[in-house]
Design a binder for this molecule. Sequence first.
Ligand SMILES: [Fe+2]
Ligand SMILES: [Fe+2]
Length: 220
Amino acid sequence: MVTLEQVKASEIVQQYLKMGNQFIGNIGAIEHNIQHAEQTSQLCRHILTTLGYSEKEAELGAIAGYLHDIGNLVNRYGHGMSGALMAFKILLDLNMDPEDIATIMGAIGNHEEQAGGHCVNNVAAALILADKSDVHRSRVRKQDFAVFTSRDRVNYAVTHSGLNVDPQQKKITLCINIDTSVCSVMEYFEIFLTKMLMSRRAAQYLGCEFELLINDYKLL
Ligand SMILES: [Fe+2]
Ligand SMILES: [Fe+2]
Protein backbone atom coordinates (compact mmCIF):
# COMPACT_ATOMS: atom_id res chain seq x y z
CA MET A 1 0.00 0.00 0.00
CA VAL A 2 1.22 3.51 -0.86
CA THR A 3 1.88 5.58 2.27
CA LEU A 4 1.88 9.29 3.04
CA GLU A 5 5.66 9.10 3.47
CA GLN A 6 6.05 7.94 -0.14
CA VAL A 7 3.86 10.78 -1.38
CA LYS A 8 5.83 13.32 0.65
CA ALA A 9 9.09 11.95 -0.76
CA SER A 10 7.94 12.78 -4.30
CA GLU A 11 9.90 15.76 -5.59
CA ILE A 12 7.13 16.80 -7.95
CA VAL A 13 4.64 16.91 -5.06
CA GLN A 14 6.91 19.14 -2.98
CA GLN A 15 7.70 21.41 -5.90
CA TYR A 16 4.11 21.77 -7.13
CA LEU A 17 2.71 22.43 -3.65
CA LYS A 18 5.28 25.19 -3.20
CA MET A 19 4.76 26.70 -6.65
CA GLY A 20 0.96 26.58 -6.38
CA ASN A 21 1.13 28.43 -3.07
CA GLN A 22 3.50 30.96 -4.61
CA PHE A 23 1.20 31.52 -7.61
CA ILE A 24 -1.90 32.18 -5.52
CA GLY A 25 0.22 34.32 -3.17
CA ASN A 26 0.90 36.57 -6.16
CA ILE A 27 -2.83 37.25 -6.40
CA GLY A 28 -3.20 37.89 -2.66
CA ALA A 29 -4.64 34.57 -1.40
CA ILE A 30 -3.91 33.34 2.13
CA GLU A 31 -1.16 30.74 2.79
CA HIS A 32 -1.73 27.24 1.40
CA ASN A 33 1.79 26.14 2.25
CA ILE A 34 3.34 22.81 3.26
CA GLN A 35 2.30 23.53 6.84
CA HIS A 36 -1.36 23.67 5.74
CA ALA A 37 -0.86 20.42 3.81
CA GLU A 38 0.76 18.78 6.88
CA GLN A 39 -1.87 20.00 9.29
CA THR A 40 -4.80 18.96 7.07
CA SER A 41 -3.17 15.57 6.51
CA GLN A 42 -2.60 14.90 10.22
CA LEU A 43 -6.06 16.07 11.21
CA CYS A 44 -7.73 14.03 8.49
CA ARG A 45 -5.93 10.90 9.74
CA HIS A 46 -6.81 11.77 13.34
CA ILE A 47 -10.54 12.16 12.57
CA LEU A 48 -10.75 8.80 10.78
CA THR A 49 -8.62 6.94 13.33
CA THR A 50 -10.47 8.37 16.33
CA LEU A 51 -13.86 7.47 14.86
CA GLY A 52 -12.71 3.88 14.34
CA TYR A 53 -12.23 3.76 10.58
CA SER A 54 -9.61 1.36 9.23
CA GLU A 55 -5.91 2.18 9.17
CA LYS A 56 -6.06 2.01 5.40
CA GLU A 57 -8.83 4.60 5.17
CA ALA A 58 -6.90 6.81 7.60
CA GLU A 59 -3.79 6.56 5.39
CA LEU A 60 -5.86 7.52 2.34
CA GLY A 61 -7.19 10.44 4.38
CA ALA A 62 -3.66 11.51 5.27
CA ILE A 63 -2.66 11.43 1.59
CA ALA A 64 -5.80 13.31 0.46
CA GLY A 65 -5.13 15.91 3.16
CA TYR A 66 -1.56 16.39 2.02
CA LEU A 67 -2.44 16.74 -1.66
CA HIS A 68 -5.82 18.50 -1.45
CA ASP A 69 -4.64 21.99 -2.49
CA ILE A 70 -2.10 20.95 -5.15
CA GLY A 71 -4.50 22.22 -7.86
CA ASN A 72 -3.72 25.80 -6.84
CA LEU A 73 -0.88 25.42 -9.32
CA VAL A 74 -3.41 25.39 -12.17
CA ASN A 75 -5.87 27.98 -10.86
CA ARG A 76 -7.36 28.96 -7.52
CA TYR A 77 -10.81 28.46 -9.06
CA GLY A 78 -11.63 24.83 -9.44
CA HIS A 79 -8.42 23.82 -7.62
CA GLY A 80 -10.26 20.85 -6.15
CA MET A 81 -10.96 19.39 -9.55
CA SER A 82 -7.60 20.19 -11.11
CA GLY A 83 -5.94 18.90 -7.93
CA ALA A 84 -7.84 15.61 -8.15
CA LEU A 85 -6.57 15.11 -11.70
CA MET A 86 -3.01 15.98 -10.69
CA ALA A 87 -3.27 13.52 -7.78
CA PHE A 88 -4.42 10.85 -10.26
CA LYS A 89 -1.13 11.00 -12.19
CA ILE A 90 1.02 11.27 -9.06
CA LEU A 91 -0.62 8.31 -7.33
CA LEU A 92 -0.75 6.21 -10.50
CA ASP A 93 3.02 6.69 -10.87
CA LEU A 94 3.42 5.42 -7.30
CA ASN A 95 1.44 2.30 -8.32
CA MET A 96 -1.42 2.95 -5.95
CA ASP A 97 -4.41 0.66 -6.20
CA PRO A 98 -6.97 2.20 -8.65
CA GLU A 99 -9.77 1.99 -6.09
CA ASP A 100 -7.71 3.90 -3.53
CA ILE A 101 -6.80 6.54 -6.12
CA ALA A 102 -10.51 6.94 -6.86
CA THR A 103 -11.31 7.50 -3.17
CA ILE A 104 -8.67 10.24 -2.96
CA MET A 105 -9.71 11.87 -6.25
CA GLY A 106 -13.33 12.06 -5.10
CA ALA A 107 -12.27 13.58 -1.79
CA ILE A 108 -9.97 16.22 -3.31
CA GLY A 109 -12.49 17.07 -6.04
CA ASN A 110 -15.19 17.76 -3.44
CA HIS A 111 -13.36 19.76 -0.78
CA GLU A 112 -14.24 23.24 -2.09
CA GLU A 113 -17.42 25.04 -1.16
CA GLN A 114 -17.59 26.62 -4.65
CA ALA A 115 -17.88 23.13 -6.13
CA GLY A 116 -20.60 22.06 -3.72
CA GLY A 117 -18.34 20.38 -1.18
CA HIS A 118 -20.14 17.06 -1.12
CA CYS A 119 -19.19 14.14 1.08
CA VAL A 120 -18.82 11.45 -1.57
CA ASN A 121 -16.95 9.05 0.76
CA ASN A 122 -15.55 8.90 4.32
CA VAL A 123 -12.22 10.41 3.28
CA ALA A 124 -14.03 13.33 1.59
CA ALA A 125 -15.98 14.04 4.79
CA ALA A 126 -12.86 13.93 6.99
CA LEU A 127 -10.98 16.14 4.51
CA ILE A 128 -13.68 18.84 4.62
CA LEU A 129 -13.59 18.88 8.43
CA ALA A 130 -9.79 18.96 8.57
CA ASP A 131 -9.35 21.63 5.90
CA LYS A 132 -12.08 23.99 7.10
CA SER A 133 -10.78 23.97 10.66
CA ASP A 134 -7.36 25.34 9.68
CA VAL A 135 -8.22 29.00 10.16
CA HIS A 136 -5.57 31.18 11.72
CA ARG A 137 -4.01 34.62 11.71
CA SER A 138 -0.70 33.14 10.54
CA ARG A 139 -2.26 32.21 7.17
CA VAL A 140 -2.83 35.83 6.16
CA ARG A 141 0.07 37.01 4.01
CA LYS A 142 -0.85 40.66 3.54
CA GLN A 143 0.91 43.08 5.86
CA ASP A 144 -1.28 46.10 5.18
CA PHE A 145 -4.60 45.99 7.00
CA ALA A 146 -6.04 48.56 4.55
CA VAL A 147 -5.98 46.04 1.70
CA PHE A 148 -7.45 43.12 3.71
CA THR A 149 -10.51 41.46 2.17
CA SER A 150 -13.28 40.41 4.56
CA ARG A 151 -11.87 36.86 4.40
CA ASP A 152 -8.39 38.11 5.34
CA ARG A 153 -9.85 39.99 8.28
CA VAL A 154 -11.81 37.00 9.51
CA ASN A 155 -8.75 34.74 9.24
CA TYR A 156 -6.59 37.39 10.88
CA ALA A 157 -9.00 37.61 13.80
CA VAL A 158 -8.47 33.94 14.72
CA THR A 159 -5.87 33.49 17.44
CA HIS A 160 -6.58 29.80 18.07
CA SER A 161 -8.52 27.03 16.37
CA GLY A 162 -8.78 23.36 17.26
CA LEU A 163 -10.97 20.41 16.33
CA ASN A 164 -12.06 18.00 19.02
CA VAL A 165 -13.32 14.56 18.04
CA ASP A 166 -15.30 12.68 20.68
CA PRO A 167 -16.04 9.11 19.54
CA GLN A 168 -18.15 8.28 22.64
CA GLN A 169 -20.47 11.28 22.35
CA LYS A 170 -20.24 11.12 18.54
CA LYS A 171 -19.48 14.80 18.49
CA ILE A 172 -17.01 16.88 16.51
CA THR A 173 -16.37 20.33 17.95
CA LEU A 174 -14.59 23.19 16.27
CA CYS A 175 -13.33 25.60 18.93
CA ILE A 176 -12.21 28.99 17.72
CA ASN A 177 -10.88 31.98 19.62
CA ILE A 178 -11.19 35.28 17.86
CA ASP A 179 -9.92 38.73 18.62
CA THR A 180 -13.16 40.72 18.54
CA SER A 181 -11.30 43.98 18.01
CA VAL A 182 -10.51 42.65 14.51
CA CYS A 183 -13.88 41.07 13.69
CA SER A 184 -17.02 40.22 15.61
CA VAL A 185 -18.26 36.71 16.34
CA MET A 186 -21.25 37.33 14.06
CA GLU A 187 -19.04 38.57 11.25
CA TYR A 188 -16.95 35.43 11.49
CA PHE A 189 -20.09 33.32 11.41
CA GLU A 190 -21.52 35.21 8.45
CA ILE A 191 -18.40 34.96 6.30
CA PHE A 192 -17.64 31.35 7.17
CA LEU A 193 -21.25 30.16 7.18
CA THR A 194 -20.90 28.04 4.02
CA LYS A 195 -17.74 26.39 5.35
CA MET A 196 -19.40 25.72 8.70
CA LEU A 197 -22.49 24.17 7.07
CA MET A 198 -20.20 22.00 4.97
CA SER A 199 -18.42 20.88 8.14
CA ARG A 200 -21.75 20.06 9.76
CA ARG A 201 -22.77 17.92 6.79
CA ALA A 202 -19.38 16.23 6.88
CA ALA A 203 -19.70 15.42 10.58
CA GLN A 204 -23.19 14.01 9.98
CA TYR A 205 -21.84 11.87 7.15
CA LEU A 206 -19.43 10.35 9.68
CA GLY A 207 -22.31 9.75 12.10
CA CYS A 208 -21.46 12.68 14.38
CA GLU A 209 -22.99 15.91 15.51
CA PHE A 210 -21.07 19.10 14.68
CA GLU A 211 -20.60 21.85 17.20
CA LEU A 212 -19.08 25.28 16.64
CA LEU A 213 -17.78 27.23 19.60
CA ILE A 214 -16.50 30.75 19.05
CA ASN A 215 -15.09 32.42 22.18
CA ASP A 216 -17.13 29.83 24.10
CA TYR A 217 -20.42 30.84 22.44
CA LYS A 218 -22.16 27.87 20.86
CA LEU A 219 -23.11 29.00 17.34
CA LEU A 220 -23.96 25.63 15.83
FE1 LIG B 1 -8.62 24.00 -1.05
FE1 LIG C 1 -6.95 23.70 2.05
